[in-house]
Design a protein around this ligand. Sequence first.
Ligand SMILES: [Zn+2]
Length: 440
Amino acid sequence: MNERKQLVVIALDGVPFSLLKKMVAEGNMPHVGKLLKESALFKIDSVHPPISSVAWASFWTGAKPAEHGITGFIERDPGTLEWFVPNAKHLKKKTLLQLLSEVGKRVFSLNVPVTYPPTKVNGIVVSGFLGSDLAKGTYPPAIGSFLKAKGYRIDADVEAGKKDPDKFYHQLIEIMEKRFEMLRYFYENGPWDFFMGHIMETDRLHHFFWRYYEERVEPYSAYFFNFYQKLDSLLGQFFKQLPDDAPLLLLSDHGFTRLKYEVNLNRWLMENGYLYFKQAPPQNLKDLHEFTTAYSLYPGRIYLNLKGREKTGKVQAGIEYETICNELSAKLMQLKDPNGKPVVQKVVRGYEGYGLPKTLDHQIFVDPLQFKNIPDLLILPEEGYDFKGVLWAKKTFEQTMFNGTHTYNNAFLLTRKITPKNGVKDITDVFGLIKNFFEI
Ligand SMILES: [Zn+2]
């Protein structure tokens, strides 16, 4: 009988490399500490923009966002200016789950972003937070009813988090416990070649509790540490089920830092004469006025109102387009927060930020009409600034209930019994590592 070559992957959304090391060093994560002794730990980058759906799509496909097609949480159809939420249907590349299924590997995936709607695989898929309905979010569909009966939930109620941090925290713990219970259950009911589980609660905790953790504001600082101790004990319980030296990956998709300000970019575009609406407040993008030169979608994506691409297009491709891109970039580089701190590290052309393949010579003129969904400009913020896409904000700079935000740097990858031969620079490279492991 052939011995099964199994790989287990646990994804901890938004856990920074530095935080993981610190939690281990301070004794909050003994099980991960033990694992670290027999593993290699890498600091890796995310992708631009460093948000979960874009980054996990790169993990699944080994492609940069320009190639896999997921460019943000929300997307617009330029011809109609309708909004939609891009999901697995919009991926332009095959995923690991599909590739492994094609070669007859048994796969299991629980809660990993960009698996909704689930496709047919050789195994089981339980979608993550882009699908809110368990019944439609699993393959095979019967798994949805099973999970529902077990009290499994896809995500915590973020709205509740804004109102009641205590309640939200306890919800996070409950949901995470149930997620691990299901991971243990399905692992036991294998066998699997590829087994992956994703924990979203880390990201959720960080958005609401990061400042309390950093500034040691009680009781929430204690909550933060308790959460990591709980996570470690759940991981420990799960690791116990695995063979002693089973090949294992642990990783995150982006780092985290204290949120200084949310930046309402559309407000700034309005105040600077680039953005106009037909009515106030606008209901959606369809209320864009034809006088508009540029508008923005979360996070920090700027689209020019380009003739021939956008429904209300007025900016001519060519000299006018180039001039506006350059002017906007220069102005944004000067943007300061209320404390006089710069908020933009760099403004890049969309195709550059989204990593178009190098076969395109970026020194020659790139026709923006070729790219429908890639923004014309992408803001790479200074750490701690989150460029929002709300259409109608009263101020450019705001502070809300959220106090943590994502970073491009400082994600992590832990590997045991699976060695990256060519190094790992960012989350996109993990795809190749897994493909090599299975020799596909
Ligand atoms: Zn997040």
